[in-house]
Design a protein around this ligand. Structure first.
Ligand code: PRP
Ligand code: ZN
Ligand code: MG
Length: 214
């Protein structure tokens, strides 16, 4: 018996974290979470959890600092890291959408031609618009994107929509979907045979949890 642990990076706090922790607990994996401790080793499965900012997770997995990660497909696609997608996890479903002030008249995507769009996802937004033949300027901001039109920073936004509550509270309406997202399990491209076999055990457990939910 060796004492290798597989290392997994999960979001410290935010949209992905509760459901990620819930999944691993449903897999029968015991570990401490919550509080300010940023690392935790399971007492009954060869896994170590790292609690990190979500944006950093794909890079840590690419570099091999973590072997695995749980991340939104939106973050992964925006950053284009060299990692493998092991599994769709079916939670944290959301979409990246274009939105404009509610009282504006919207016809089609040509609305955005030559306009300023505030977003935390410039790559996904630009690729989408380009594929539709639209030339617009994306202005990158890292959060509170929905405030941009009302303060004159941009005419439209492209941001994550889940319930739609944030758009509504900020006088915006969703006009086009750019990308559909959910949480995915990712892995480093060159896991050792030993770590691969731990990953197999983990995905086996995830599969049975998911079967139980259907
Ligand atoms: C996300 C996203 C939207 C909001 C959408 O923000 O950027 O603002 O949630 O959710 P809703 O449709 O259910 O209202 P988050 O709370 O993660 O903050 P951030 O944008 O500052 O990261
Ligand atoms: Zn700009
Ligand atoms: Mg965020």
């Amino acid at each position: 018996m060796s004492n290798t642990n597989i290392r997994i990076a999960v979001q410290k706090s935010g949209r992905l974290s509760d459901d990620s922790l819930k999944l691993f607990k449903e897999c029968g994996i015991k570990f401490e979470s919550g509080g300010s401790k940023l690392r935790s080793i399971s007492s009954n499965f060869p896994i170590e959890f790292l609690f990190l900012r979500d944006d950093d997770i794909p890079g840590y997995v690419e570099d091999g600092v973590a072997d695995l990660g749980v991340i939104g497909l939106n973050v992964l696609e925006e950053n284009r890291k060299e990692v493998e997608i092991v599994k769709e996890l079916g939670f944290s479903k959301c979409r990246l959408s274009l939105a404009i002030p509610r009282n504006e008249v919207y016809t089609d995507l040509s609305y955005f031609e030559g306009k300023n769009i505030a977003t935390s996802y410039p790559n996904l937004t630009n690729n989408f618009l380009k594929s539709k033949g639209i030339t617009a300027h994306t202005h990158e901001i890292s959060g509170s994107v929905e405030i941009a039109p009302s303060i004159g920073l941009a005419e439209g936004i492209c941001d994550i929509v889940s319930t739609g509550g944030t758009l509504l509270s900020n006088g915006l309406k969703e006009v086009a979907e750019v990308f559909k997202s959910q949480a995915v399990l990712i892995s480093n491209n060159s896991l050792t045979a030993e770590k691969k076999s731990i990953l197999d055990k983990l995905t086996f457990r995830i599969d049975s949890v998911q079967r139980g939910q259907n």
